[in-house]
Design a protein around this ligand. Structure first.
Ligand SMILES: Nc1ncnc2c1ncn2[C@@H]1O[C@H](COP(=O)(O)OP(=O)(O)OP(=O)(O)O)[C@@H](O)[C@H]1O
Ligand SMILES: [Mg+2]
Length: 230
């Protein structure tokens, strides 16, 4: 409840920041625009951190609902890449994908959230200009494997075991510089496990990381036994 209530006052902050930025209430100077943009992006960060806390809490209480439907996985991946386009452009980093067209029974919004979280982490790990991020779909006999691969800092082997735990960060001192709460990967794991899949990491320090997760190719109808569907 409290986590939910924390979001409510952020709504008018964001709406009024938008209204001011649109200059419907009067023309702004460059400096005023800049400062209001900071108000807007700070409240957006707060809001997304609170959403992460809410999701983590729901996962813990097993209350996270997954709304699956047969949708093209390509659209889900493209949505995530589109969301992060401004951030990747800012760093001059290219995000590519192998654009596999496949109907997969999944919660598109939640899987977009997973891919967005993984790409965000990769964007933090790569260098500007030389950074490269790829989203590669492997079509296996009974499942698909989605890999988010980067050529960033990599993760020391000894620290890889804790990555999917809540609030874990490899270098906590960086948190104060760049934000983040260490919930992203724990939420990814929860969402993937709610889909019946698995998430894993392969990473080499100073070379890069690949985070991979699976989703079954079977639709729920196929999984149901004939007795249940009668
Ligand atoms: N692609 C990656 N390359 C290098 N390190 C990574 C990568 N992905 C995750 N990590 C490390 O794993 C830690 C945990 O990631 P996680 O997404 O759970 O939290 P966060 O990104 O720090 O915060 P949040 O996602 O909640 O904003 C990160 O702090 C980072 O140290
Ligand atoms: Mg993260």
């Amino acid at each position: 409840m409290i986590t939910h209530e924390l979001k409510t006052p952020l709504v008018p902050i964001q709406e009024y920041a938008d209204m001011l930025l649109s200059e419907h209430l009067g023309k702004l100077t460059k400096l005023q625009k800049e400062r209001i943009s900071i108000i807007k992006s700070s409240s957006e960060s707060s809001s997304s951190m609170i959403s992460d806390l809410l999701d983590a809490q729901k996962l813990e209480l097993r209350q996270l609902t997954i709304k699956k439907s047969n949708e093209n996985i390509k659209n889900t991946i493209e949505k995530a890449i589109r969301i992060l386009k401004p951030a990747s452009d800012k760093k001059n980093v290219k995000i590519s994908s192998n654009e596999v067209d496949l109907l997969i029974n999944h919660d598109s919004e939640r899987i977009t959230q997973v891919i967005t979280n993984l790409i965000k982490n990769s964007l933090t790990a790569v260098e500007p200009d030389s950074g490269k991020i790829e989203v590669i779909v492997d079509s296996l006999p009974t499942e698909i494997k989605i890999n988010v691969k980067d050529n960033g800092s990599g993760i020391p082997e000894g620290k890889q075991g804790n990555l999917f735990k809540k609030f874990y960060q490899v270098d906590a001192s960086l948190t104060r510089e760049r934000g983040g709460s260490g919930l992203g990967l724990a939420i990814c794991k929860g969402i993937i496990e709610h889909h019946g899949g698995q998430i894993s990491v392969h990473s080499v320090e100073n070379q890069g990381s690949t985070f991979s997760f699976t989703i079954s190719k079977e639709s729920d109808e196929q999984v149901k036994s004939p007795l249940n569907s009668a």
